[in-house]
Design a binder for this molecule. Sequence first.
Ligand code: RIB
Ligand code: CA
Length: 317
Amino acid sequence: MTRKVIIDTDPGVDDAMAIFFALCSPELDVIGLTTVFGNVHTDLATTNALRLLEIAGRSDIPVAQGADAPLVRPYGGPVPYVHGEDGQGNVPLPPPSSKAIETQAAVFIVEQIMRAPGEITLVPLGPLTNIALALRLEPRIAHNVREVVLMGGNALCPGNATPAAEANIHNDPEAADLVFGAPWQVTMVGLDVTHRVNMTRAHLERYAQVDKPMAQHIARITPFYRDFFEKTYHCDGIYVHDSSAVAYVIDPSLFKVERWPVRVDTSSGVSRGKTWPGLGDPLPPPWQGRPLVNVCVEVDGERLIEMEYERVCQSSP
Ligand code: RIB
Ligand code: CA
C-alpha cells in the first residue's frame, strides 16, 4: 500500500534531492508539491518545483504556490551563498514549460487531506508557514492527516541558521510553534540527526556516473552546495537534511526517536527559532498539555545514504 504524501518545499538543492528520492520510492505516492519561501523566494521555489518534476518526467503532479512571507515577521531573505542565486547550485536551467495550479498551497493541503481522511502524510521541507495557514483554514486537518514528518528544528544540538536555531524553524518560529502544538502526530527530523548523515564527495560523485536525468541533475547542482558545507563545517561533502525526512516516511527504522512535547522560542532574543523539547517531570507550564512529538535523536546515516542512491540511480527510469 503506497503512502500518499504532499511535500511542502523551498527548492533548494537538498529539497531537489529529497523530491527525486520520494518520486523514485515505490512506497510513496507524491500527490502534490506546495511551495514556500525559505532557500529562495516563493516564485522561484515554484519555478524550481516545476523544473524538478519535468526532469523527473512527472509534470502530472500538481504544484500549488504558497506563502511568500512568514506569519508575523518579515522574511529574512534567500540564502544564495548556500543554494545559489537560482536555488539550484547556479546551474543554467531552462524555464519550466508547465505551470502551477491556481489553488493556493494552504487550500490545496486542506482539500487533499479532508478528501482522504487518514491517508495523507505531510512532508514539510521548508518553513512551516503553509502548514500553519492550512491549520488556521481548517483545524480538522489535524484529525484527518495521517502524520506530519518535517525536516526542521534542533532539540539537543546547536542551530545552523544561528547558533540557536535551525533554518526552517528560524524562518517562521510562530508557524512552527502552532504546528508542534496542534493535535496531530508530528515527527521532527532535525539537525540532531541530519548533521549525522554525511554524504561525502565519494558518495556524491557516484551520481555523475549514472546516465539518468535525475542523477545528472543532482551531480550538476551539488558541487556549489557541497563547497558551502566544506567551507562552513570543514567536512567532506554535505549533511543530508531534506532527504532524511523522506527516508523517515519510507523506513522509520532508520531512526531512534524520543517522544517529547516541543515549544519554539518566538521571542525577539538571540534564541529566536530554537526548538525546545519538554524534558523532566513535572513539565514546566509552557510544555504542559502539548502533544508528544517524535523527535529523531539517532540515525543509521550510511543505510539512509545507500537507500537514497539506490532509489534515484537504480530504480528510476
Ligand atoms: O536547515 C536545513 C533546512 O533549511 C533544509 O530544508 C534546507 O533546504 C533549508 O530549507
Ligand atoms: Ca528545504
